[in-house]
Write a protein that binds this ligand. Sequence first.
Ligand code: CP3
Length: 360
Amino acid sequence: MSFAALKNDVFLRALQRQPVPYTPIWLMRQAGRYLDEYRATRARAGSFMGLAQNPSYATEVTLQPLERFPLDAAILFSDILTVPHAMGLGLEFVAGEGPQFERPIQTEAAVKALAVPDMADLQYVFDAVTMIRRELDGRVPLIGFAGSPFTIGCYMIEGQSTREYRLIKTMMFDRPDLLHHILAINAQATTAYLNAQIQAGAQAVMLFDSWGGVLPDGLYQTFSLAYMRQVIDGLIRQVDDVSIPVIAFTKGGGLWLEQIAASGCDAVGLDWTMGLGQARKRTADRVALQGNLDPMALFANEAAVRAEARRLIDDFGPVGGGGHVFNLGHGISQFTPPERVAALVDEVHQYSVRYHTDGA
Ligand code: CP3
């Protein structure tokens, strides 16, 4: 497959700790409900899945934030729960309540019946990737993504979002063999899913481990990180001599930073609970760092948003042989004023130049 040459590769270079003129920025959930145009397209599509399963709609909403802000990367519009949906669990997004599975995995028989899905059932995702690459026309790189085996496991077992993680943790403590069986299947499925995204045109991939941080130390390594590592080990890392960088993000994973950095990823995503300077010391520039503005900072006045961006960039310090991709510490809130995003992107681009030797 051939696509237009990249005009802005600052994001891909920063992930690989190569010199760049400024700190690149993109935002988790940058295509979403805080944008009026997203809500309009979603209304036309009828539902979240109607949007995600239609490559033309998915392409349209992927590009919306790039029309408003000079972001340095696009992220595929989809969801981490497409994989369990393809496993036959029956995903539905109930308005105001988030995702729900009609057939969660709650019995030993259901665990044993689980299988790696046929990637043909996820073709709509790969078609969207290719269509987005075409539409981007080399403007910025396209990020593909998947949930970590543990994080999608949470939804598969609980059937919906949860505060206690009672069902998955019960399985983990009571029948670890069953949970390992699910996670091994999830890891195989996730590897195949990300590789198909890469083959369809994704130029970097990110593993979202949104809920690994709820695990006890010791069990995080066994039940989440080990399976993320399996996925990373199986990924295609080069296409036509161009590297495909991998970002690993465990929300609440600060305690395990060195171990995540040693998972084989190129970059570690950070939530807002750990300073970039401290994270950098602990990883000694062996990986790039992505993050980590508290998404709630975007509700402050514009001067405060800009000051907070500068504080993070100062904390990372002179970039040298390191790599920093500016982002939020978790997804953007649906109530965020878009003008604050514009100010953030502008401040990061302007202010960061002083810390790059390749600065313009
Ligand atoms: O970042 C992007 O712009 C790309 C799109 C993207 C979505 N979901 C679209 C979406 C990405 C990268 C995701 C990942 C995702 N999905 C995660 C991992 C990241 C994280 O936030 O921790 C998780 C846990 C999910 C599961 C999920 N999807 C939940 C819990 C919800 C409901 C909560 C909510 O924010 O409403 C979703 C729905 C969802 N996925 C929305 C979007 C834009 C909002 C739903 C809508 O439009 O109605």
